[in-house]
Design a binder for this molecule. Structure first.
Ligand code: ASP
Ligand code: CP
Length: 327
């Protein structure tokens, strides 16, 4: 590809970009500590470029297919914005019911179709492993935008970037991260816990018993030597928490509506509760929220969840530049 003058501001001459060229992004397990530093370095540059000049032609002529079998506001629109800010364009398939999927077309055939027209496919799908399946059939890179209750790797990358930008790069080691809510079905939690296991962090999990973190994820994190502990009450761990990662109870994943009703309002963060937290800490949420964080807390400087969404734009710009960037 032709890289225009703006690329002089970006570290794209660096030979580290090449390993990501043409690659799928399916799981956070693909990322090393060095990779993360690199992604966040590029994302930081993207943030500065957007602030300075808004849109630039790094990916001019490239096309992204946004293929969403599940609802999305942030992931879908931030990938669109990322591609357009880099000068590329987007084929939006946000309502698969209006596509040939509704006629019974399979995921492999849909992906084979889209790659005739696009250079990269972003896929959200209700089944675990769907992104990996799509990648097996696609010659073009596939980016996992959430595969059922499996992973949401680009969200975890933006979550960690948020921590870097808000609290400082050097502070992740030594930090206590508390994850709250639906740890069973929350794919962002599964990806973020795995990503954090590359650091010297302590992770607390606070959830109702029926929404505990899957053992598979817990064991993977344990293998990395990261201390983890599980709690039913937030009060036990809030005072030591540096990052409180709040999640929505994932109603759509429950087979038993009564089970959902029994846990849906298990935790609500409000100003009163947050008096017991540190002054310098952040509250994150992948969003959407449906009552887990009271609106009254939004004006608290520790409420980082709206800033977190914006960081997603820069991380997704970095990832697109990396997979489409330089032959
Ligand atoms: N938006 C995130 C996801 O798609 C979190 C959520 O929906 O609660 O996984
Ligand atoms: N955080 C997130 O994935 O949001 P959407 O479901 O709106 O894409």
């Amino acid at each position: 590809m032709v890289i225009n003058n703006f690329s002089a501001h970006l570290p794209f001459g660096d030979n580290k970009i090449a390993p990501w060229y043409g690659k799928d992004i399916l799981s956070v397990k693909q990322f090393s500590h060095d990779d993360l530093d690199y992604v966040f370095g590029v994302a930081h540059e993207m943030r500065e470029m957007v602030t300075r000049i808004g849109t630039f032609d790094l990916l001019k002529g490239k096309i992204l297919a946004n293929l969403f079998y599940e609802p999305s506001t942030r992931t879908s629109s931030s990938f669109t914005a990322a591609m357009e800010r880099l000068g590329g364009s987007v084929i939006p398939i946000n309502e698969v019911k209006y596509s040939s999927v509704s006629k019974g077309e399979s995921l492999p055939d849909t992906v084979r179709t889209l790659e005739c027209y696009a250079d990269v496919i972003v896929l959200r799908h209700p089944e675990i492993g769907s992104a990996a399946l799509a990648a097996r059939y696609a010659r073009k890179p596939v980016i996992n935008a959430g595969d059922g209750v499996g992973e949401h790797p680009t969200q975890a990358l933006l979550d960690l970037f948020t921590i870097y930008e808000e609290l400082g790069v050097g502070v992740v080691d030594g930090m206590t991260v508390t994850m709250l809510g639906d740890l069973k079905y929350g794919r962002t939690v599964h990806s973020l816990a795995r990503l954090l296991s590359l650091y010297n962090v302590k992770i607390n999990y606070v959830s109702p018993d029926i929404l505990r973190l899957p053992r598979e994820v817990y064991n993977e994190v344990a293998e990395k030597g990261v201390p983890q502990a599980e709690f039913a009450s937030l009060a036990d761990v809030l005072p030591e928490t540096d990052v409180l990662y709040v999640t929505r109870v994932q109603k759509e994943r429950f087979e038993d509506p009564e089970a959902y009703e029994s846990v849906k309002s298990a935790y609500v963060i409000d100003c009163d509760i947050m008096q017991n937290a540190k002054e310098k800490m952040i509250v994150m949420h992948p969003l959407p929220r449906v009552g887990e964080i009271a609106i009254e807390f939004d004006d608290d400087p520790r409420a980082a969840y709206f800033r977190q969404m914006e960081y997603g734009l820069y991380v997704r710009m970095a990832l697109l530049a990396m997979v489409l960037g330089k032959a």
